[in-house]
Write a protein that binds this ligand. Structure first.
Ligand code: SF4
Length: 230
């Protein structure tokens, strides 16, 4: 399939699957693209997808971007999920250790140049790992941020050159938490401490009442996304 055919297929399936449930989108994705993977940040949306995937296609690879800068609660959530489902998450790691990064770019690159830091610790490892697959699954939702408002349930991801599935694109935050409660899904306890969106420890703060749920990410900077999603 050439680029135009992939884009046309994504557009057609996005229309056909717009009213489909998240499980139906996942089912279509894993059946149509055997070389598929789920990107997991261990946030609320992603643990929903981990749970669904264990019921639909438990052998599907699930990876996480280990920036080395996650909260300890995030690593603990990874381990608790792995224990419950008996799965091993694939670790996608940066080429530079934190020490090598500090030596090359100076200390606290996340303060001096957050885009460069995200490129090294997230975008680079994501680019590498996605070359092994024909499609990836993410937990992005349209109402998370204006940058995500046009997300389709099926897209052709031109940035990384593969199909992209967003089964929760039409879900609300309430839908996510209803699924977690109903299915007793393990989740990051930081969500109960005013961290609606959780990234690296250096770039995530608690959100105050009335603030946007993503206000705690790169607070004080113009940056709102890591560069993983267009
Ligand atoms: S979120 Fe912050 S610490 Fe993490 S990779 Fe991006 S800039 Fe670096």
């Amino acid at each position: 399939m050439n680029l135009f055919e992939k884009e046309a297929l994504a557009k057609l399936k996005a229309e056909q699957l717009e009213q489909a449930s998240a499980e139906e989108v996942l089912q279509y994705a894993v059946e149509t693209f055997p070389k598929i993977t789920l990107a997991c940040s261990f946030g609320a949306e992603d643990v929903v997808l981990v749970d669904m995937l264990q019921k639909i296609s438990p052998k599907t690879d699930i990876f996480y971007l280990d920036t080395d800068f996650h909260f300890k609660e995030t690593y603990e959530t990874r381990d608790r999920l792995a224990d419950r489902y008996g799965l091993k998450f694939v670790r996608a790691a940066p080429e530079l250790t934190p020490e090598e990064q500090a030596e090359k770019f100076g200390p606290e690159l996340w303060k001096s140049n957050a885009n460069e830091c995200c490129n090294i610790r997230k975008v680079g490892p994501l680019t590498t790992i996605l070359t092994k697959y024909d499609a990836w699954i993410t937990g992005i939702r349209r109402d998370q941020a204006p940058t995500r408002a046009n997300a389709k349930k099926v897209e052709y991801d031109a940035k990384f050159g593969l199909m992209k599935f967003n089964p929760l694109a039409s879900w609300t935050n309430e839908d996510v938490w209803a699924y977690i409660r109903t299915n007793d899904v393990i989740y990051n306890p930081l969500h109960d401490r005013n961290y609606p969106s959780i990234g690296c420890e250096y770039c995530t703060r608690q959100v105050m009442p009335g603030e946007d749920p993503r206000a705690g990410r790169w607070s004080g900077q113009e940056k709102t996304e890591c560069g993983l999603h267009k």
